[in-house]
Design a binder for this molecule. Structure first.
Ligand code: SF4
Length: 434
């Protein structure tokens, strides 16, 4: 039954979850476009592909609700077909097929050719880097590897994304050049574990060499590192970061916890002493760098003492950027065998306490920026403000710089020197200076 409005098939890709899912949706859209398909991202279309997330309970719930929403639209005759792909589908396909049978077909995270075939398109291997980016045109995610070999007890990602697989340097550089040709100025490097890069195909941690190649790509001004891992950190990356102005003095390194007892149970392969020493080496090697981390509270067996240790450490380390999640009990992970004994309200209370500490630290660090001038990239205009970021801020998760749009004019993607005039806990305000 053809939907009322659309004459020609249009494929609407809906993305849930993390930046790696954004990347996969963009690859799918690039392939569909190359096969002459009319494809859009989260706009009207009579054929819908939902790229789901299956990481933790909240994300799974959002994915299931989104599937149900589009299946309802299909039953109402507003759309014709619904396809589901991504991590939730990879992890729970048999259950989903039974419980939500009115989806046309479910695909896993490694079944792009099959999904394209179902959409009447062919998979073209030669299309390296031919993505339809969905981010603002000045920045793009660049996935340098897929999967993960780490044994973290709480994490379901290896179940959904498989073993670590690095993309060869030459393919990544080709992709970066194509992105630069389209006006991208900032590359955000992503993987499940960025610092594991190269161990499989080059038999050594090769992130530094990849960075050396990427800084040579004309048109790219900023290169940002996300998802580093604390053990076996390739210290030569810091030397390149310090030497090369294109590499943002910024690193995202999820650390999850700091109590030795919890780190051991989480199978993180590190200790409080080693982690603290690593961060001190970061600060010595690259003065002024911004360190982002994420933590998990409420892990099985987390005592008040463990939590107090974490709280005090967050106070002492003064991270520039920090996010905190409550533990999610995920079946088929190593930790699922443990009792999920911390009540939900205690988990949430602990996450709130950590974020209160972080809001104060962020406010204090932002006060120190008043009167200083920073290179800022403009991401968008919002109301009476141009909204941008410094090299110390990643899109969607970190601080933003707000510039009064009634006093000046700036273009999206433009870099401008901004003198900070005021600061809140997670936002900065400033004016353009020549
Ligand atoms: S490194 Fe990250 S993706 Fe890999 S198992 Fe650990 S938490 Fe999961």
């Amino acid at each position: 039954m053809r939907t009322k409005s659309l004459k020609k098939n249009r494929i609407n890709v809906v993305t849930l979850g993390c930046s790696k899912n954004v990347y996969d949706s963009e690859v799918l859209m690039g392939q569909l476009k190359a096969s002459g398909k009319d494809v859009v991202h989260e706009k009207e279309g009579n054929i819908v592909v939902i790229n789901t997330c299956g990481f933790i309970n909240n994300a799974k719930e959002e994915s299931v609700n989104t599937i149900l929403e589009y299946v309802q639209k299909k039953e109402d005759g507003d759309i014709d077909k619904v396809f589901v792909t991504g991590c939730l589908s990879e992890r729970y396909k048999p259950d989903l097929q039974k419980e939500i049978p009115n989806v046309d077909e479910y695909f896993g995270t490694t079944e792009l050719p099959g999904l394209l075939k179902a959409l009447g398109a062919d998979y073209k291997h030669e299309l390296i880097g031919e993505r339809l980016t969905t981010t603002p045109k000045n920045y793009a995610y660049l996935k340098i590897a897929e999967g993960c070999d780490r044994p973290c007890s709480f994490c379901a990602i290896p179940l959904m994304r498989g073993k670590h697989k690095s993309t060869p340097i030459e393919d990544i550089v080709t992709e970066a050049k194509k992105l630069a040709a389209k006006g991208v100025k900032e590359l955000i490097l992503i993987a499940q574990d960025l610092t594991y890069y190269g161990l499989d195909i080059y038999k050594k941690r090769n992130l530094a060499e990849l960075l050396e190649a990427l800084v040579k790509v004309d048109g790219i001004e900023w290169i940002r590192l996300h998802y580093a891992f604390p053990t076996g950190f390739p210290m030569d990356v810091l030397e390149v970061m310090n030497r090369e102005p294109k590499i943002c003095n910024y690193i995202d390194i999820p650390l999850q916890h700091i109590s030795d007892r919890i780190l051991k149970s989480m199978r993180r392969g590190t200790t409080k002493e080693k982690t603290t020493k690593l961060l001190q080496e970061f600060r010595k090697a690259v003065p002024g760098m911004a360190i982002r981390t994420t933590l998990i509270v409420g892990y099985p067996g987390e005592t008040e003492d463990d939590f107090q240790t974490l709280k005090q450490w967050v106070q002492d380390m003064r991270f520039e950027r920090l996010g905190c999640f409550t533990y999610s009990h995920e079946e088929n992970t190593h930790a699922f065998a443990l009792e999920d004994d911390v009540p939900e309200e205690v988990k949430q209370q602990r996450a709130n306490e950590i974020m209160e500490i972080q809001a104060q630290i962020s406010w204090e660090l932002n006060q120190e920026k008043i009167g200083k001038t920073f290179k800022v990239v403009i991401d968008r205009k919002e109301g009476n403000y141009f909204v941008g970021r410094t090299e110390f801020d990643s899109p969607d998760v970190d601080n933003e710089v707000l510039i009064d749009a009634t006093k000046t004019y700036l273009k999206t993607g433009q870099f401008a020197n901004i003198m900070i005039t005021d600061a809140a806990d997670f936002d900065l305000y400033g004016d353009v200076v020549k």
